[in-house]
Design a protein around this ligand. Structure first.
Ligand SMILES: [Zn+2]
Length: 321
């Protein structure tokens, strides 16, 4: 007998909720913003936070090389995508317990108005830019280094910035800027504007190829996309994450066809070789992978498929705690 009154009550509450819901829907304007752009993953004793800098629409059918544009469009269609492709720009914050390390800094204002959200998302994730101890740069293209600066100030005033010496030698060279064609000069100017204030403050420490940077974090030379492109391997308690930077750009095309390259490569052949090597290693060992341009949060695993291709397996969402 006791169940009947409760049942009546819940029907009444449901009816009231529906009525109120209808009224609120009619009055509420659309918001049209995305959820806060951070995503947390525990990696052994380390905490990894993916940070979104935003997305940018890229004409990938025109940018990819070693493939016909029509084949790019077909590969995108298979994944229900089209060009221009909404392309994520991601950075990753690693809290080792001792140090707070940011890997790639986003674009700030250097790559169009839809990017530049990394610091806002770092704050939304519960951190402050002043807390960042080190920033590791995969390479000095504008969508990876622009966020080092906030206007004319260093965005991470207490951080030491690290990158491969070869990228510094190439992108921070006034002689190379002079030699560069007009449409490439912006890349050099962007790198200089982003890095030189850290150089002047004694806060830039380049490294030479494979280097252990902190216990549990090492740089691995994957030169090709740029002269000093590096990936970072993060490892704690037997769990491993490879932060790939721009080892690849377009998942729908370059996982099934690792040989496809992109116009932004300094040395496409070397870039493709590094990609093939990294794919094979990640699939064989089964560790976590994250990519600067994989759909946010850009973290997952690789599975080897037949015919020399790979499949991307995005992470399963976890509420943690
Ligand atoms: Zn990039």
């Amino acid at each position: 007998m006791a169940r009947f009154p409760r049942f009546s009550f819940s029907v009444a509450a449901l009816a009231a909720g529906l009525w109120l819901g209808t009224a609120a829907h009619a009055a509420g304007p659309m918001v049209k913003t995305q959820a806060p752009g951070f995503h947390r993953l525990m990696l052994g004793a380390f905490e990894v936070t993916a940070l979104s800098d935003g997305t940018v629409g890229l004409p990938v059918d025109k940018l990819l090389t070693g493939i016909r544009p029509a084949s790019v469009v077909l590969a995108l269609q298979r994944e229900f995508l089209k060009t221009p492709l909404d392309t994520s720009v991601n950075g990753y914050l690693v809290n080792t317990g001792d140090k707070l390390v940011l890997i790639d800094a986003g674009a700030a204002g250097l790559f169009g108005p839809t990017l530049g959200n990394l610091v806002a998302n770092l704050k939304a994730a519960g951190y402050q830019p002043e807390q960042v101890d080190e920033v590791y740069i995969t390479h000095m293209h504008p969508d990876h280094v622009g966020g080092l600066m906030a206007g004319d100030q260093r965005a991470f005033p207490n951080a030491v910035v690290r990158a491969d010496q070869r990228d510094a030698d190439f992108w921070l060279s006034a002689a190379n800027l002079d030699k560069a064609p007009a449409d490439a000069k912006g890349f050099f100017q962007g790198a200089m504007a982003s890095l030189n204030p850290y150089v002047a403050a004694g806060k830039f420490k380049p490294f030479d190829g494979d280097t252990e940077l902190l216990p549990g974090i090492k740089a691995v030379a994957t030169h090709g996309h740029t002269a000093g492109h590096s990936i970072y391997l993060v490892e704690s308690q037997g769990q491993k994450l490879a932060l790939w930077g721009d080892l690849m750009h377009v998942a729908a095309v370059q996982f099934p066809r690792p040989g496809v390259t992109i116009q932004f490569d300094t040395d496409s052949k070397a870039a493709a070789l590094q990609r093939a090597k990294a794919y094979a290693d990640a699939a064989r060992q089964g560790y976590w992978v994250a990519g600067a341009h994989l759909s946010f949060p850009g973290i997952g695993h690789l599975r080897k498929e037949r015919a020399g291709g790979y499949a991307w397996v995005p992470l399963n969402y976890s509420g943690l705690k």
